[in-house]
Ligand binder design. Sequence first.
Ligand code: MTE
Ligand code: MO
Length: 560
Amino acid sequence: MMDAFSSETDGGQIQTASPGALTGALVGLLLAAPLMIVFFLGFALLDLPFVPFDVLDWAARTLPGGIITFGIDTIVALIATFQLGETSSTAKTAEHIMSIAGLIVTAALASAVFFAVMRGRRPVGSLLPGVILGAIIGVPVALISGGVNFVSPADPLARAVWIIGLFIAWGAAVHWSWQQLALTSTVGQPAPRASVTVLDRRTFLVRMGGAAAALTVVGAGLGSLFNTRDEGGTLATIPASDAELPPGLPNAADPVRPAPGTRPEYTPLADHYRIDISALPPRIDGETYSLPITGLVDNPLSLTLDDIRAYESMSQYVTLACISNPIAGDLIGTTLWTGVSMQKILADAGLQDSARYLRIFAADGFDETVDIASIMNDERIMLAYAWDGQPLTQDHGFPLRIYIPNLFGMKQPKWITRIDVVADYEDGYWVRRGWDEVARMQTTSVIDTVAVNSIYEDGGSLYVPVGGIAHAGTRGISKVEVRVDDGDWVEAQLRSPLSDTTWVIWRYDWPFAEGSHTFAVRCYETNGVMQTEQSAQPRPSGATGVHVRRVMLATPDAEA
Ligand SMILES: Nc1nc2c(c(=O)[nH]1)N[C@H]1C(S)=C(S)[C@@H](COP(=O)(O)O)O[C@H]1N2
Ligand SMILES: [Mo]
């Protein structure tokens, strides 16, 4: 394992043993924990970058689309299989944990290599090799952070100094630890020199582990104490009186009630899924924000939030879905969007004859292209600044996002910073990574519930309410059918939707029969076209197929 060797010093014989790569890995690991905590404190208290998130974001932008998709699919499948909770927020948490674990493992490996390289050398002299070790990790990480971190408001130079400095401190600590371990006296022998406190290796590592753990705990405590940043900080810019709160949903009187257990028809804002390419959403100051609209226009514009809100507003109930949503997944939600029609804004900008597309750029490095012809054909395409009657939250794209009916979320940038009017089409962020260029929402239907706890009696017979959603973008739903076991397809009842672009709630009360049964659902667009029964994965064009649920039904207690 660890071979001992002797080295001469002017003080006489020091028994030294050169620790190996495994010990190096352990040291690197123990020292990485406090390093993470210091990074976290800098983030929580001083708005400095939390580098594990930056490295993750960078990897997500750089790795090939297939690998990223595989990663996303795996996480989504794991969350669904083990029912870990709402998909998008659970996935973000999983990514956060993976990013921290990844950096800690990197530190452990680097330290292992360092110990291997230093093996056999004399444990005296300057800590320069440790400093170099820190810089080898710190410099690329600082560059990565500088390239992808759109969250930290700190000065770029200060950010680089902070990141490189902390990694150098970590590297020096690794080197110092190596010196201490290499100087280890054989157990039982007194320290050879008074100036060098030599502990036996085990004691040293145990003490170091204890110190690292203590630092980590104290740091984490401090961090949570001070991390009181208010997400709403710059957001409350629409006076509450102007806010368009849903005044009671437009279909409140519809006699078709959702079957118990159907997902809420109007998604509570806090439960709306969030999908984007960053560990932390970009932060934009609404006070100083302005949106440049440039390129092939006669009057280049630069619109502040007040300018945009001065336009006549429109509010629409919208169902937004992610193209990664599996059949029956929760990466879909419905809320009220408020904004201004793109037609009005483009009219003021004055499109030139050659103008064909909008290139839309976002604060997180995301981008997409929108066809001007579709804007001219659909006044519902809008720049949105409010959801659910409130200014967009930071997660959902403050201050501005675009709404494009009928398309999956990947075509609809949040945190818009710039619009360029151009003549030529260019692929957007996810299209470049292999996803569908059009990304039209698929026609799908889902069984949310077979309400085994809501079986009821009517006219001497028992019924089980079955229900869920059906959605076809702007094409609308004309019919939903349910099949139980090998029976016929039977038409379900439809509740009138919140708008002609939202999902439709359906319900079917099935005559109860005990035992295990298989329920299937399919839907039809308004024009009579049936959804495809062909099952497809989300990549590249969105999931399709018939949703099936198998449920065990038992006769309810007579008293119940
Ligand atoms: N700037 C930016 N806009 C974006 C994204 C992003 O990563 N960055 N993700 C898109 C995707 S894939 C989806 S599904 C929707 C999700 O919007 P939400 O998080 O508000 O639900 O935002 C879209 N707009
Ligand atoms: Mo998405």
